[in-house]
Design a protein around this ligand. Structure first.
Ligand SMILES: Nc1ncnc2c1ncn2[C@@H]1O[C@H](COP(=O)(O)OP(=O)(O)O)[C@@H](O)[C@H]1O
Ligand SMILES: [Mg+2]
Length: 253
């Protein structure tokens, strides 16, 4: 008998349809796009829908916008994320990359404690870039302190450090088996599907977001470029960003 794939619904009509019902449970998926394409909105909507429609707990790590800023963004879409936090269905964690904590340790402790069904890391790019600046990696994950004191006889290129960081993070996330969205900046040159050029290979899925402004009109579109363990729509889907978040065009519903 063929085992049925368990899915995490994004709750966004059109996207779930394109994904054949939702993201296969436990997949680690990149949400890749330029600035302002809607990555944070999509991720927040994924959490809000999971919590409010399905009662699934969501853990949102933000490295760019602090809690207050995320509240503001959610408010502009009429999403009451404060209420979801009070009901213990959503947890928003601002992770300040300039502080010397180990992200992986902090993340793991929170996952064990909160037991989410959905995780977002917004953004993977900021997180890995900040680690590259420090260039320090320990066996527990990555730690950003001790920079000056570290004497490392083996020269590490940024790429090697970046790869190790990503492998650590992905390995840890895989252990928890929680459906995860990671945002990354899509480079303009079109050669890579993520800022680091590595995570698209080790992730289970890649969703590419595009934005084109022509005069006063704007066009937003999404491509599901990769999604392991499921068939999915290969065509480009167009969507709007309006007062209730991301909406795919009716013709695609
Ligand atoms: N309340 C809103 N209604 C409609 N569009 C909005 C609203 N808030 C933000 N946007 C649009 O969403 C864009 C920002 O999306 P965001 O998810 O922050 O992008 P990214 O994370 O990819 O940089 C804004 O540039 C704006 O065009
Ligand atoms: Mg963003």
């Amino acid at each position: 008998m063929v085992e049925e794939v368990l899915r995490t619904k994004t709750g966004i009509q059109g996207l779930d349809k394109a994904l054949n019902g939702g993201i296969p449970q436990g997949n680690i998926v990149l949400v890749s796009g330029g600035a302002g394409t809607g990555k944070s909105t999509l991720c927040l909507q994924f959490c809000v829908n999971g919590a409010s429609l399905l009662g699934e707990k969501s853990l949102y790590f933000s490295t760019e916008q602090n809690r207050k800023e995320l509240y503001k963004q959610a408010n502009s879409f009429n999403w009451n994320i404060e209420a979801l936090e009070q009901r213990n269905l959503l947890k928003i964690i601002y992770f300040d990359v300039t502080e010397g904590d180990s992200f992986i340790e902090k993340m793991s402790a929170l996952i064990e404690d909160f037991k989410p069904k959905r995780i977002v890391i917004d953004s993977l790019t900021t997180l890995t870039d900040s680690m590259l600046v420090s260039g320090v990696l320990d066996d527990k994950g990555f730690s950003m302190v001790q920079i000056a004191e570290t004497v490392n006889p083996i020269p590490r290129t940024e790429k090697i450090v970046s790869k190790s960081l990503l492998y650590h993070l992905f390995k840890k996330l895989k252990l928890f088996g929680v459906t995860t969205l990671l945002t990354t900046e899509l480079p303009e040159d079109g050669k890579q599907l993520s800022a680091d050029g590595v995570s698209e290979f080790i992730s289970d899925g890649v969703m590419l977001l595009y934005y084109v402004g022509v005069g006063s009109a704007d066009y937003r579109s999404l491509d599901v470029r990769k999604m392991r363990y499921t068939n999915h729509d290969k065509s480009t889907l167009t969507y709007d960003l309006s007062e209730n978040g991301i909406n795919f065009k009716e013709s695609e519903l």
